[in-house]
Design a protein around this ligand. Structure first.
Ligand code: ZN
Ligand code: ZN
Length: 358
């Protein structure tokens, strides 16, 4: 059975559990996961008997190459309406749809085209399948992480006082592409000096100066799968306070890495890192959650926070990224991506973590 047929079969098992006869996939990311299609206009329908893939004729060649395990339908009509004449939903009564993706207007189209069927809003159905990565997914993620690790090494070789944060971000994007990435995982974060106190600062016009700490947080995608890495470096020299805070963040991160394994509650893992930072006197300055699930989305299940109700399972990939942020001073964050196993975890990112003074 092909990788995609296998995924559709797993989805079917979930559908049976929820008394659904069919499932309409409108998220482009989920469609890629279930069929392999990477174009922008596509629709998937998974029933207990068959998987259908609908798109417009522009994608005939691409779909022939990418979509092997579904019945391909090419139509000039709106895809939701075209399900009717192609009888994709015959014998189906209860049909699930992705309630966070399908628009209200599309819902009305469905109701009009299929007045006798029941459309059931669902959330988290495909997301549940994404929790455990198969070997092809892990291979793509490892490739993305290798690129990101290499680019980190290249970029710290370039960092100089006088560069703008934008210059550094541009080097990151360019170099990741050159090494084989499809694109950036997100706009690279380059936060220097006081801007380091903003956990999600995008790169700006700010010029990097001697004495700044610089937080670099970036990643790329390979075959749709993300890497996500953060390191904080010092330019010229590091103050005693910078060294202390960096050491504390690293201790917290390593404590969490050592505790991560299948079976631990995500909130408990968050607490492991938070305790180290709190004991060091900076508890309130760790102002975000410990990490997040990673894969086809930059943020996906499991949730890795103090409020999460998820228990971690083997085969999930998560980030571990504690940080300390002090307004008017700056910040430090260290982030790695790890694969959870029964007995522990495998750290997938490999960039060096000691405080580098450049
Ligand atoms: Zn990140
Ligand atoms: Zn992250």
């Amino acid at each position: 059975m092909s990788r995609y047929a296998n995924r559709a079969a797993r989805l079917c098992t979930h559908l049976a559990g929820q008394q659904l006869d069919a499932f309409i996939v409108t998220s482009p990311t989920h469609l890629r996961y279930l069929t392999g299609f990477t174009g922008s206009n596509g629709l998937g329908v998974v029933t207990r008997r068959d998987t259908y893939f609908l798109t417009d004729p522009r994608y005939r060649g691409q779909a022939a190459k990418q979509v092997r395990s579904a019945r391909r339908i090419f139509t000039h009509r709106p895809l939701l309406e075209a399900m009717e004449e192609n009888r994709c939903l015959s014998y189906c009564r209860r049909i699930g749809f992705e309630s966070h993706v399908l628009t209200y207007q599309q819902y009305r189209v469905l109701r009009k085209a299929f007045p006798r069927k029941l459309f059931i809003p669902t959330s988290g159905v495909v997301e549940k399948l994404l929790l455990v990565k198969d070997s092809a997914e892990l291979e793509a993620m490892r490739a993305a992480m290798r690129i990101t690790d290499s680019v980190y090494t290249e970029v710290i070789g370039l960092l100089r006082p006088g560069m703008r944060e934008h210059d550094v971000a541009a080097e990151i994007s360019y170099r990741q592409r050159r090494l084989g990435a499809e694109g950036d995982a997100f706009d690279p974060i380059v936060a220097s000096g006081e801007r380091g106190s903003l956990p999600h600062a995008r790169a700006s016009e700010k010029v990097i100066r001697k004495g700044d700490l610089v937080t670099l947080d970036f990643g790329c995608t390979v075959a749709g799968y993300h890497s996500d890495l953060t390191r904080t470096v010092a330019i010229g020299h590091a103050t005693r306070r910078a060294r202390e805070i960096h050491r504390l963040v690293l201790m917290a991160q390593e404590a969490a890495l050592a505790a991560a394994r299948a079976g631990i509650r995500a909130s408990e893992l968050d607490a492991v890192a938070r305790r180290v930072i709190t004991d060091g006197g900076y508890g309130p300055a760790f102002s975000h959650s410990l990490g997040h699930g990673l894969g086809l989305h930059i943020h996906e299940r499991p949730r890795v926070s103090a409020l999460s109700t998820d228990t971690l399972i083997a085969g999930s990939v998560i980030t571990v990224e504690p940080g300390i942020y002090i307004a008017g001073w700056g910040g430090v964050r260290i982030e790695d991506d790890i694969l959870l196993t029964q007995t522990g975890s495998t750290v997938l990112t490999a960039a060096p973590k000691d405080l580098m003074v450049l």
